[in-house]
Design a protein around this ligand. Structure first.
Ligand SMILES: NC(=O)c1ccc[n+]([C@@H]2O[C@H](COP(=O)([O-])OP(=O)(O)OC[C@H]3O[C@@H](n4cnc5c(N)ncnc54)[C@H](OP(=O)(O)O)[C@@H]3O)[C@@H](O)[C@H]2O)c1
Length: 271
């Protein structure tokens, strides 16, 4: 069986940065996302510029059980052994709880929690137990505190961080090393760029480029770090937030986020 690195959300901003990091290391790649045309163009690019690297790609809606099953059947058919999983895909959504469009809340939960958990278990079960398996899970600093006006997303990331840290402990003697990455703002999409800008100096100081997040996360994984927070200022904020009561954090974060959304004329329906 051939060894591969599996990257979810490879079609997005941070996913592309992770792909580039893995290409530099010479990893064979399995890429997934939901946008077939984007995946196809990434594969063409890799085949042209890195002919020595094997690359497989298949769309998979992480919220769909049948898509996930077909995806893992595809890995089997292609004799692909995953020795590095990068759980990067995420459904990012903000807005008032009562104003989320129908179905959106369940979709955020299914993609971020159900899909990522299922992928993680399937990859761990199918691993070669005589080899190391590294996993990076992209969570978020949004999971470190209650986040009014981005409550569902933040709660899904809190679940991911807790789950991954616990799994790392359960599996540390079984050659499975899980690094959970908790970035602050990353200017990947136009919406994220606007959200970061609307936070002024605070947004600028805490943000980190996708290239840097990917590069630092790979280094953290190599060192078997359990939780990794890019940037010193974010480590400091995370530390301070552990000392505060949840209600205090919700008040501070809620005020800040409401102000940011007002500056952008953000409303859930019109985003
Ligand atoms: N940007 C930030 O400020 C920030 C901060 C902290 C953490 N993060 C986390 O970083 C990760 C990457 O986000 P990004 O900033 O690169 O955003 P992005 O450019 O929007 O990328 C999101 C990726 O997730 C994939 N995805 C979304 N829904 C999916 C679904 N139903 N099934 C499968 N894949 C799905 C997308 O695939 P398609 O486009 O093909 O659907 C895309 O590749 C996410 O987990 C996010 O929560 C982001």
């Amino acid at each position: 069986m051939e060894k591969y690195t599996l990257i979810t959300g490879a079609t997005g901003g941070l996913g592309k940065a992770f792909t580039n990091e893995c290409l530099k290391r010479g990893d064979n790649l399995v890429l997934t996302g939901t946008k077939e045309a984007v995946l196809k163009s990434i594969v063409e690019d890799i085949n042209t510029n890195y002919p020595q690297i094997k690359v497989l790609a298949k769309t998979c809606d992480l919220s769909s059980e049948s898509d996930r099953k077909s995806f893992f059947d595809f890995l089997k058919e292609n004799n692909a052994q995953i020795n590095f999983l990068i759980n990067n895909a995420g459904f990012i959504a903000e807005g008032e709880f009562l104003k989320h469009p129908d179905q959106e809340i369940m979709k955020i939960i299914r993609v971020n929690c159900e899909g990522t958990t299922d992928f993680t278990q399937k990859v761990i079960k199918a691993r070669d137990e005589n080899e190391d398996l590294h996993i990076i899970t992209v969570s978020s600093m949004a999971g470190d505190y209650p986040m009014p006006y981005m409550a569902i997303y933040s709660a899904t990331k809190a679940m991911l961080t807790t789950l991954m840290v616990a799994l790392n402990y359960e599996l540390k003697d079984k050659r499975v090393y899980i690094t959970t990455v908790c970035p602050s703002g990353i200017p990947t999409t136009d919406a994220m760029k606007e959200a970061i800008k609307s936070q002024g100096a605070g947004g600028r100081m805490t943000m980190c480029t996708p290239e840097k997040v990917a590069m630092l996360s790979m280094k953290a994984s190599k060192k078997h770090k359990v939780v990794y927070v890019p940037k010193v200022i974010n480590k400091f904020i995370k530390g301070i937030s552990k000392l505060c009561k949840e209600t205090t954090l919700a008040r501070i974060v809620g005020k800040r986020w409401k102000k940011s959304q007002a500056k952008r004329n953000f409303n859930t329906e019109g985003k």
